[in-house]
Design a protein around this ligand. Structure first.
Ligand code: FAD
Length: 447
């Protein structure tokens, strides 16, 4: 295989075609090990070869070759995804996009980039030009634009601007997987066949992201004796549209005890809210914290924004990472609670599962609607116990997006899967792009 592929890929410089076992192992993996179930399933999966194209033309040649020879292709950004999205189920070629890392143009309200650029670099360049990204994941320092769009969902900024599919991606340029790959320009609702599609329907070569006017952000930790008060504060802040905000995350004790670098500003046995608000509103927010019997234990002024540690390093799936560092028996779920009954849902879950389930909310908007979204930490006992927990949550109206599956439709994408599969059949007729990540095969049976 190696000799053959080496010859076939001879249009790329030698140092951009990797076959050594260290690179194959490292670059075939993401953060799938967050899930003990995915760890067992994916530990032994690797690509046969990694390629690092410099431009769209080279990707086109790679895809054309792979289509002709029927070789599976999986695209990789920074490999920070959590669901084994970049792990090739049947070997083949991994296209690593990190050498395609240019900002093509910045306009007011948008930025056009190549897929392999790190979002942290995009954000920095935008802020130099008095703009900023509307949303980005907590992994923005490493994560690529292509990986976020094709594998992520939301993150910092989603409390105001929603998910990727809430207008935060404006245009995609996509290559199809055919003998002669086509170049598509995709906009509007058609983008739903590519956003969060794990690269199963095409290879994205350019992205236009929505941007907004740069603001001065203060980061803060507020501490609460009572979990309910911490949640009521979070909800009130989230609902107040007069206050500019980038994030609100609520963590039940003992989650704050896992945040080792923050230990000096964390109070024993207290629940905390980590938030990022506009500097001009900070006095109002401080009063709001007091109204809910909270206490501010840490402030990072706007002058120190992105200098040193950021509080976003403890939110979204970073929260899980700190818990995993502290106790390897932990894993996580992802769920949308109901705004009108989330407190009741929490009490029911706590009553049934006690300290097997710790609440961690990242408040967000989806389609404009405020959602108490959770990435709770759960103690892993067995797969059966984990799925018992998922069934119970769903029985009380909590929508779970299962992070312990590689299948798009089982991980919360069931509403879009037929349209994604239709697009895959058009763009990738031989089913060579990231095979194994869509479970359904027949549109007629399942539609
Ligand atoms: P990768 O993992 O490399 O790829 C993700 C998917 O996109 C894969 O299926 C890949 O095949 C596909 N892909 C990549 N590039 C292309 C392309 N050019 N064309 C077609 N398909 C492509 N996610 C969030 O949404 N929000 C968060 O706040 C968040 N926080 C996280 C915190 C931690 C600690 C960790 C480990 C993960 C977190 N994630 C989060 C998941 C992940 O970090 C993000 O989704 C990130 O944006 C993925 O970017 P990446 O470059 O690492 O993508």
């Amino acid at each position: 295989m190696k000799d053959n592929l080496g010859k076939l890929l001879n249009f790329l410089d030698e140092d951009r075609v990797l076959f050594d076992s260290t690179s194959l192992e490292k670059l075939s993996k993401d953060y799938y090990w967050y899930s003990p179930i995915l760890k067992d399933l994916l530990d032994d999966k690797t690509a046969d070869c990694i390629v690092k194209p410099l431009n769209e033309e080279e990707i086109k040649e790679i895809l054309s070759l792979a289509a002709t020879k029927k070789i599976p292709v999986t695209v990789r950004g920074a490999g920070t995804g959590n669901y084994g999205q970049i792990i090739p189920m049947n070997g083949g070629i991994i296209i690593d996009t990190t050498k395609m890392n240019n900002i093509i143009e910045i306009n007011e309200g948008s930025v056009r980039v190549e897929p392999g650029i790190k979002l942290g670099i995009v954000e920095r360049r935008l802020r130099e030009q008095h703009q900023e990204l509307c949303i980005y994941p907590s992994t923005y320092m490493k994560a690529t634009a292509g990986g976020f769009v094709c594998g992520g969902s939301g993150g910092i900024g989603s409390i105001t601007w929603g998910n990727l599919w809430d207008g935060n991606v404006l245009e995609l340029r996509v290559l199809t997987m055919e003998d002669v790959p086509r170049i598509l320009t995709v906009t509007g609702t058609d983008m739903m066949n590519y956003i969060h599609g794990y690269g199963t329907t095409g290879v994205v070569t350019e992205i236009v992201l929505r941007t907004t006017k740069r603001k001065d952000w203060v980061q803060c930790i507020a501490s609460f004796e009572d979990l309910e008060e911490s949640l009521k504060f979070s909800e009130t802040l989230a609902k107040d549209t007069s206050i500019g905000k980038r994030s609100i995350s609520t963590c039940e004790w003992p989650i704050p005890s896992y945040f080792v670098p923050l230990s000096k500003v964390i109070e024993q046995d207290k629940h905390i809210v980590l938030f990022e608000v506009e500097e001009v509103a900070f006095i109002t927010v401080k009063e709001m914290v007091k109204d809910f019997s909270g206490n501010i234990t840490h402030e990072i002024p706007s002058t120190h924004y992105r200098k040193g540690i950021s509080l976003s390093d403890f939110t979204w799936n970073h929260t899980t990472l700190w818990a995993l560092k502290a106790n390897e028996q932990m894993t996580y779920l992802q769920g949308s609670f109901s705004l009108d009954s989330y407190m009741e849902q929490i009490y029911k879950i706590k009553k049934k599962f006690g300290d097997e389930f710790y609440n961690h909310f990242d408040w967000m908007r989806s389609g404009g609607e405020l959602i108490p979204q959770q990435i709770p930490l759960v103690r892993f006992k067995t797969k059966e116990r984990l799925y018992e927990m998922i069934s119970y949550c769903e029985s009380i109206g909590v929508k779970i997006f299962d992070p312990h599956t590689i299948l798009l439709e089982k991980g919360g994408w069931e509403a879009h899967i037929h349209s994604v599969l239709q697009t895959k059949k058009e763009n990738d007729p031989l089913g060579l792009l990231n095979p194994g990540k869509i479970g359904i095969t027949d549109l007629k049976v399942n539609s």
